[in-house]
Design a protein around this ligand. Structure first.
Ligand code: PLP
Ligand code: COI
Length: 361
């Protein structure tokens, strides 16, 4: 059942005072500060989507038997709203997030949210909390998510779900800002397997990745790199980002879709690179090849990409038997060029020939 309920707006009577908000926006970090409101929409078997609310951000009341707490039936998205130099507000390809949310829902046996309802929910929150969008390099990170809150311990798709959107003003994802990151290649843990949930943005994938991410942090690394589960040789992606390799002839190589998250940043960079005349190969690339190519000079650069981190150059690769540098630990020219092209469109400082920006009135 697909229906589009009207939104009821109940403004928060106790919003954060302007002086405090301004102080928060000066150095927001990532994901610690939240805006005054949230959006919630409910879905139930037989009723479909109903009770769409914009309300003050507050804790949920959850029955301890809620299915999400036991069987992790939960999905989410990540996207950003930007304040352009002219003061207008834009979202970057939010329709793609809406569609991926539908695909994640399908994989997790959850109800499909109509694209218009998803977009309306996002826009309602951005409009009411627009004062929270940082100017300059910052942005407002939007986190739509949906979880099963039927109180029932039987193992089957739930009959009741809550969809919610919260928002968080953010600066750089990594503490080092734009400095190249160090990654840890896990030879112990897998993120996803064929037939599994790797292509869905579900909380369970991240729960399973935390031990590997913690191991990476313990080795002094910013992110973990996962190899494929079957042969443990093909590079897949990072804990929260996709990965690209830049070859000496300017060709880009990135792992193919299947068990990885189909990143919107990844797909945008592929388009930008191809339209700039570069060859882009979506193909399997092994960790052994990565090491050999870095040693021979055939590989010139590598970078990670995603909504939160945007484009993050990889400067050092650490693994069980040692480590090796990429691009001398500096930001490579191709990484820089692609990053500027993408960020320019996102922030409205470059033309947007693809119609990727959705302006919010
Ligand atoms: N891969 C993983 C595991 C992620 O969590 C993310 C972040 O959302 C990405 C890739 C990049 O996806 P996107 O560019 O759509 O943000
Ligand atoms: C995002 O980039 O939106 C993500 O969900 C990844 C996470 C590391 C914050």
């Amino acid at each position: 059942m697909e229906n589009n309920p009207e939104f009821r707006v109940s403004p928060n009577p106790k919003i954060v005072p302007e002086a405090e908000r301004t102080r928060f926006l000066e150095s927001p970090g990532f994901g610690r500060i939240f805006t005054d409101h949230m959006v919630t929409v409910t879905w139930e078997t037989g009723r479909g989507w109903h009770d769409a609310h914009v309300v003050e951000r507050k804790p949920f009341q959850l029955d301890p038997a809620s299915a999400v707490l036991h069987y992790a039936q939960e999905i989410f998205e990540g996207m950003k709203a930007y304040r352009t130099e002219s003061g207008s507000i834009s979202l970057f390809r939010p329709e793609e997030n809406a569609r991926r949310f539908q695909r994640s829902a399908e994989r997790l046996a959850m109800p499909r949210m109509p694209e218009e309802l998803f977009l309306e929910a996002i826009e309602q929150l951005v409009r009411i909390d627009r004062e929270w969008i940082p100017s300059g390099d910052g942005s407002l990170y939007l986190r739509p998510f949906m979880f099963a809150d039927e109180a029932f311990l039987g193992v089957r798709p739930a009959n009741r779900y809550t969809f919610c959107v919260i928002a968080s003003p953010v600066g750089a994802y990594f503490k080092g800002g734009a400095k190249p990151i160090t990654v840890w290649v896990s030879d112990t843990y897998s993120r996803a397997a064929p037939g599994g949930t790797g292509a869905a943005k579900c909380g369970g994938n991240y729960a399973a990745s935390l031990i590997a991410q913690a191991e990476a942090a313990g080795k002094g690394c910013d992110q973990v790199v996962f190899l494929d589960a079957a042969e443990r040789q093909w590079v897949e992606e990072l804990g929260g980002m996709n990965i690209f390799f830049v070859m000496a002839d300017g060709t880009l190589v990135t792992p193919p879709l299947g068990t990885i998250l189909p990143g919107i940043t990844r797909s945008s960079l592929i388009t930008l690179a191809r339209d700039a005349g570069r060859k882009v190969e979506e193909r399997a690339y092994s960790f052994t090849q990565w090491q050999n190519d870095a040693a021979s000079g055939r590989l010139r650069e590598a970078f990670a990409c995603g909504t939160a981190a945007v484009v993050a150059p990889i400067g050092t690769v650490r693994h069980a038997n040692g480590e090796f540098p990429i691009a001398g630990g500096e930001v490579g020219p191709v990484t820089q060029e692609l990053s500027e092209a993408l960020v320019g469109i996102q922030r409205g400082t470059r033309a947007d020939p693809y119609g990727w920006l959705r302006m919010i009135a």
